[in-house]
Design a protein around this ligand. Sequence first.
Ligand SMILES: NC(=O)c1ccc[n+]([C@@H]2O[C@H](COP(=O)([O-])OP(=O)(O)OC[C@H]3O[C@@H](n4cnc5c(N)ncnc54)[C@H](O)[C@@H]3O)[C@@H](O)[C@H]2O)c1
Length: 428
Amino acid sequence: MRDEANGRAKKGIVNRRRFVGMVTASALGATMWRKSKVYSLSGAPQLLGANERIGVGLIGCGGRGMHLGRVVRELSHKGVNAQIVAVCDIYRPRLERAAKEFNARAYMDVKELVTDKDVDAVIVATPDRLHVFNSLEAVRAGKDVYCEKPLTHWQQFELLKQLVREVKAKERVFQVGTQWLSDSVWHQAAELIKQGAIGKPLHAQCGYFRHGDWGERGMPIDDPNAKPGPDLNWEAFLADAPKRAFDVSRFFRWRMYMDYAGGPCTDLYPHCLTPVVKALGVAFPKTVVAVGGKYRYDGERDVPDTFDMLIQYPEGITVVVLGTIANEWGIPTLIRGEDATMLFEGHGIVIQPQGAVKKERREIKRERGASDEEHMRNFIECVRTRQKTYSDIDLGYHVQTALIMGMLSFVHSKVATFDPHAETIKLV
Ligand SMILES: NC(=O)c1ccc[n+]([C@@H]2O[C@H](COP(=O)([O-])OP(=O)(O)OC[C@H]3O[C@@H](n4cnc5c(N)ncnc54)[C@H](O)[C@@H]3O)[C@@H](O)[C@H]2O)c1
């Protein structure tokens, strides 16, 4: 036992005693967070100096969280002054792995991480159902947030509204992890459409197609004998999901279940729909209708593998979002206007006039491609400058509302309508 403990310590793995020490240190930090460099005693946001380090807390140390932590580290090697200073996970083996890799303080409770005085901003990379709770904890503690998509689970519309309200009230910088938005073409497209480059936009299409259920059934089961206890907090994983007995598959492969995920609509369509909503400059849908099902992959899984939706906007625009994980032959993203069609090609944007319209075909070069690194760099820069991020909370709210309406339409076999005054969804 002793030797094993020594060996673990030598290898730098966080053992239980050191871990408790870290948590105690964080409790001390809890009383001091208001002295943090980002916030004045009044709680109003202050600008960070160009040379001050931004301390990042990573919440959720699974596949995506570890990747984003490495993105932050890579950026710091390129001169961006930011560092992962604290990590949080409710499953101890992943927490210890992350604490070791990033040489960061470890917490098993988000509430503790957000009171760490060295944490200026957090990355939320937990399962979908936890995003809103983790983000609210961070916002309430005065931290800025990079939150993975989807912004919330599809059953959390009221919590989504609460998050939007609190982010705004606390003037927090917020980036949704829809990294396609770091591609300049969507911002260029938005400007062009505003200037009338395609006439009135009427119709748009986008989709997400791939082959295989590796994203759900293929999620790694780190330990088939894992059990709830001091090393795995099942209650914290469930949050507001239906109370169920622990199940290894539900914990590690949560994307297969409607209680924690939603299939292509909530997992994949934030990527393809957010750029189109940005380019069109629309906000809330008027009506959404969706169909889908388990056409190819069944068994234990209960999320659909195929999902198609029609979103009608009050401006008189329909957006078609199609996709399946059973076939990779996709559809091009394009926007149809009354004068021309906007196409998105490898080199940038093409504006192709309709036959009868006397306008020139135009090609507009992409200024910057999309990457996780650019999306994170933009977030860190905005934490410093307090500017709007590429994929900010308003855009996230509008897109997530459409996705939630799509899920409700699918689940209840009804049409989802939106009341913009009351900001409520009705099923008819
Ligand atoms: N933007 C992208 O391209 C992209 C890619 C992959 C995943 N994601 C998103 O990232 C999120 C995480 O996905 P993943 O594949 O890394 O999942 P994962 O299961 O590998 O990791 C999630 C981690 O969160 C931990 N966790 C669960 N409940 C927690 C809680 N209450 N507090 C703290 N930690 C908790 C789990 O123990 C696990 O280690 C998902 O919402 C997913 O949609 C985004």
